[in-house]
Design a protein around this ligand. Structure first.
Ligand code: FE2
Length: 397
């Protein structure tokens, strides 16, 4: 009987599972086609990885005019860009004051021992948090997010607070190095307070977003074994990589991205990343952006405000739907409402903004210039190495 049910389910769902191959769908567990050992032995997963990467490069080339060349090069080389002093100390202070005074909708979700709190930055936030909203919708920020995300569509932004050691529980799964999905996708953080090593900084494996042969070989093996070695996430398509896996891929050890308040970080989270270990009670406050689209689309997108409003409505509608469903079970949704004053408080006390200078435009140009200088130095080093190698060769000849 069970087998008959399974066969009927396969007949019914087969076309859906098959069509999902052309979407963001990534779970080896939820989709038997994506999780098929036979198909993955034949290279299905690697085919999707390569096809999505090709489409991303097509869109990156079309969107290249949005961002200075040096920043683009740094992004593709390292997998992320870090722009210090992206906002002025004055803006930083105003944003923090606006968040502290905000009394609208705040939601919280816990993973392991860590709580994540968010305010969705919709148009209705503009009168309540004018500086926060104008920073989140600033053209310079939007252009960077559009290029690096490979889609000229406005990203969804939140005010976000990560609160480590919020409750006793399992280890925060985000603290294990992982790749979010099989294709390029971005997350961005505009940090609103200094993030030192004790505060669980964003941690990244430099260069891990590049598709090396070793990375592809590792992904090929994991696509076949993901269902045999479940860790709660890899089988869902977010592959976890421990130190030996990183070594196998020829990647360096993860690097904590410690920053001063006002720094913008945009990362390709197809590369390996995670949250750094943090002291219990440590938290960080940031504007957080997320952008994920159909990985196989060649369409570079259009920056339409209307589409962003629609996305906001869908997110809010879904939250309310899950609230109602949870309430019917006498429970609460995983992203549940909390009193807004819990969003901030302790993290804002004793913060300092000394030493922060600059404006968004200046900061981007400065970083682009630095990246250009660095690229020029690398080119010079490369030429020097080539010369040395060639002279060594001559000597050995
Ligand atoms: Fe992640």
């Amino acid at each position: 009987m069970k087998q008959i049910k399974q066969i009927l389910k396969t007949i019914r769902m087969g076309p859906v599972w098959g069509l999902a191959l052309g979407t963001q769908a990534k779970s080896f567990q939820a989709n038997p086609v994506i999780g098929s050992k036979l198909l993955n032995r034949l290279g299905l997963h690697i085919f999707r990885v390569l096809l999505a990467r090709g489409a991303a490069w097509f869109r990156w080339i079309l969107l290249a005019p949005l961002v200075p060349k040096a920043l683009r090069r740094r992004y593709h080389k390292d997998g992320y860009v870090l722009i210090p002093e992206f906002i002025s100390p004055d803006s930083l202070l105003k944003i923090r004051q606006e968040i502290a005074a905000y009394r609208g909708e705040v939601r919280q979700m816990t993973q392991g021992d860590t709580a994540t709190r968010r305010i969705l930055l919709t148009q209705s936030c503009a009168p309540l948090m004018p500086t926060t909203y104008s920073t989140a919708t600033h053209t310079k920020l939007r252009r960077l997010l559009a290029y690096m995300g490979g889609k000229w569509a406005h990203s969804i932004l939140y005010v976000q607070q990560i609160h480590n050691g919020f409750q006793s529980g399992k280890r925060d799964p985000q603290k294990t190095m992982h790749s979010d999905t099989f294709h390029p996708t971005i997350k961005a953080w505009l940090f609103l307070e200094d993030v030192s090593a004790e505060k669980g900084p964003f941690t990244y494996v430099q260069g891990s977003a590049r598709l090396s042969f070793k990375r592809l070989a590792w992904e090929y093996k994991r696509s076949i074994t993901a269902l045999d070695t479940p860790d709660g996430y890899s089988e869902k398509g977010s592959l976890r990589a421990d130190a030996s896996a990183l070594a196998e891929m020829g990647l360096p050890t993860p690097k904590p991205v410690t920053v001063k308040a006002g720094t913008l970080v945009i990362a390709n989270t197809n590369g390996f990343h995670g949250r750094g270990q943090a002291e219990a009670g440590a938290s960080r406050l940031e504007l957080w952006a997320y952008s994920r689209h159909n990985p196989f689309s060649l369409w570079p997108g259009l920056p339409l405000d209307y589409m962003l409003h629609v996305k906001h409505r869908i997110i809010q509608w879904n939250w309310r739907r899950l609230d109602a469903r949870a309430a019917a079970r006498n429970s609460r949704a995983s992203w549940h409402l909390i009193p807004p004053e819990q969003m901030v408080g302790a993290p804002l006390k004793g913060h300092h903004t000394a030493g922060i200078t600059g404006t968004p435009n200046k900061a981007i140009d400065e970083v682009a210039n630095e990246a250009a200088d660095e690229a020029a130095n690398e080119a010079a080093d490369g030429a020097h190495t080539t010369d040395k190698a060639s002279s060594n060769k001559k000597a050995s000849d």
